[in-house]
Design a protein around this ligand. Sequence first.
Ligand SMILES: [Zn+2]
Length: 77
Amino acid sequence: MPNKNSSQNHIPMRTCVVCKKKVDQKRLLNFFIIGSEIVFDMQRVLPVRKLYLCPNADCYSGLAKWRKRYQKRFTGK
Ligand SMILES: [Zn+2]
């Protein structure tokens, strides 16, 4: 990693699945879907497609609705 001081650190941004805001990924909760379960990946180690959620009550409560839509899209029902 050269030039540590010369540029702004690039912060990877991720999109919250519920509110669609782009947020620094370190500030988002990390989760994925196994079957129909939402599993939070606190350790960030599992090699699966990650999904992201803002750590606030609004987005958290929107998650159940989002999951229904998400599963509809995948099952076609
Ligand atoms: Zn959000």
